[in-house]
Design a protein around this ligand. Structure first.
Ligand SMILES: Nc1ncnc2c1ncn2[C@@H]1O[C@H](COP(=O)(O)OP(=O)(O)O)[C@@H](O)[C@H]1O
Ligand SMILES: CSC[C@H]1O[C@H](OP(=O)(O)O)[C@H](O)[C@@H]1O
Length: 403
């Protein structure tokens, strides 16, 4: 096992050469560090002559976005590679193939997906992805059902809970999503123009109660193996293909946290559509985003129920009339609540999204931020009362004057 140190581009080439048979012996390899995320190094290694390439992702011992003052476990690289391998078995074709994992270097070597685009970028360019709702619902229904007590032997599940204990990464979520945005925290990051909204978040008692209840679920409900950070920056996409990357936040948590993450990031893009000058184009794309959200939820629910009906392992859960309907309604409610939390954190918390931050016009950016916050807060307040996904759609439409 190699001793840990952050790799240089040249060292990444040397490691790539040592992988038996991947590149031709005499290949003239090129190496580029392309990491644009908050946490890790990512090297793209290619052989222009053969057209072959791979990705090396290496954890740093701190959070890159903040610096060495925020130490972070290297074990997240193990969690990520083991989660990718688990997901590949349950949802074949929907994650990059892992070629090799080096525990000493906290390094995962995997399939290069550069022929795809990061979905956040795709949505910012108003791309449409006809297979996405089907693919992401396949991914979520399979990975979440077959790692839950409904679809996995319960002794085996408890062993897997141990495998995916991920306290430091969970702590980031507990603080950045469920705590900081509702307090006067030094981690927060918002524009002066919306300081009134940020302050209001700190004193909204109804909101605090709902967030505390959602946080409690995140802390205690080991329902299934989550991806844990399923935003549109963790999804590579083309019109024909979907690949989910970056599960370093994986742990056993509440299912709605993953489904809510996807929906929240569609809604953040929805709010970010403010930058479009032509109202017709903007509203047309917003309808596409809302329609996709409904498709994602409905297909997820239908597929999750089918896995359950066909392969459920829990006698009581399988045979008790009414149990499945109550379970699915709670999943919907959790999804809506977590989606709201994930929207709020991206406007006032430490880490933002380009869909909104990159809007160049100050007034339009402020409008988008206020819209996202308004929708986020309404979803959090709706969560325990929701009966159908249509109520989420109604909240969103109402959020910008029912246009
Ligand atoms: N398998 C891959 N194929 C191609 N590019 C990748 C791959 N994995 C990551 N990347 C690139 O590296 C960037 C950061 O990767 P990510 O896993 O999101 O890192 P972080 O955990 O630091 O957020 C992605 O936005 C993408 O551009
Ligand atoms: C200090 S980490 C902030 C933020 O970054 C992670 O996202 P990513 O690794 O995809 O860039 C995660 O969402 C964390 O909450």
């Amino acid at each position: 096992m190699s001793a840990y140190h952050p790799l240089t581009e040249q060292e990444a080439i040397d490691i790539a050469r040592s992988l038996s048979d991947f590149f031709p012996q005499d290949a003239q390899l090129e190496s580029r560090e392309i990491g644009d995320g908050n946490l890790n190094l990512v090297f793209h290694i290619s052989d222009p002559a053969s057209g072959k390439s791979l990705i090396m992702k290496q954890a740093l011992p701190y959070a890159k976005v903040v610096g060495e003052s925020w130490p972070l476990t290297l074990d997240r690289a193990r969690i990520e590679s083991e989660a990718l391998i688990t997901e590949a078995k349950l949802a074949p074709g929907l994650v990059p193939q892992v070629y090799h994992y080096d525990a000493g270097l906290a390094l995962t070597i995997m399939e290069d997906l550069s022929d795809h685009v990061i979905m956040r970028r795709g949505l910012m360019e108003n791309g449409r992805y006809p297979k996405f709702a089907s693919d992401i619902s396949d991914f979520m229904a399979a990975t979440l059902f077959y790692t839950s007590d409904l679809g996995l032997n319960q002794q085996e599940k408890k062993r897997k809970v141990g495998q995916f204990i991920n306290p430091e990464l969970c702590k980031i979520t507990e603080d950045l999503i469920f705590d900081d945005p509702y307090a006067d925290s030094p981690n927060n990051n918002f524009e002066a123009a919306i300081a009134d909204e940020a302050r209001a978040l700190q004193t909204d008692a109804q909101l605090h109660l709902e967030v505390a209840l959602l946080r409690q679920k995140f802390l205690t409900e080991a329902q299934a193996l989550l991806h844990g950070d399923l935003h549109t920056g963790s999804i590579f996409i083309t019109p024909e293909s979907t690949k989910v990357i970056d599960p370093e936040f994986a742990f056993f948590g509440p299912i709605g946290f993953d489904v809510g993450a996807v929906i929240a990031n569609f809604l953040l893009n929805y709010a970010g559509q403010e930058h479009w000058s032509e109202a017709d184009a903007r509203e047309d794309y917003r309808e596409y985003l809302l329609g996709s959200i409904v498709d994602i939820w409905e297909q997820f629910e239908q597929k999750f129920r089918k896995h359950w009906n066909d392969y459920g392992v829990d006698r009581l859960a399988n045979s008790t009339p009414g149990y499945q309907d109550i379970y699915m309604k709670r999943l919907l409610q959790d999804t809506i609540g977590f989606a709201g939390c994930k929207m709020v954190r991206r406007i006032v918390g430490l880490s933002h999204v380009a869909d909104i931050d990159k809007i160049p016009d100050d007034a339009k950016r402020e409008k988008a931020q206020r819209l996202a916050l308004g929708i986020g807060k309404s979803l959090i307040k709706l969560n325990r009362h929701a009966e159908s996904i249509q109520e989420l759609v109604n909240v969103v439409r109402k959020g910008h004057g029912g246009q």
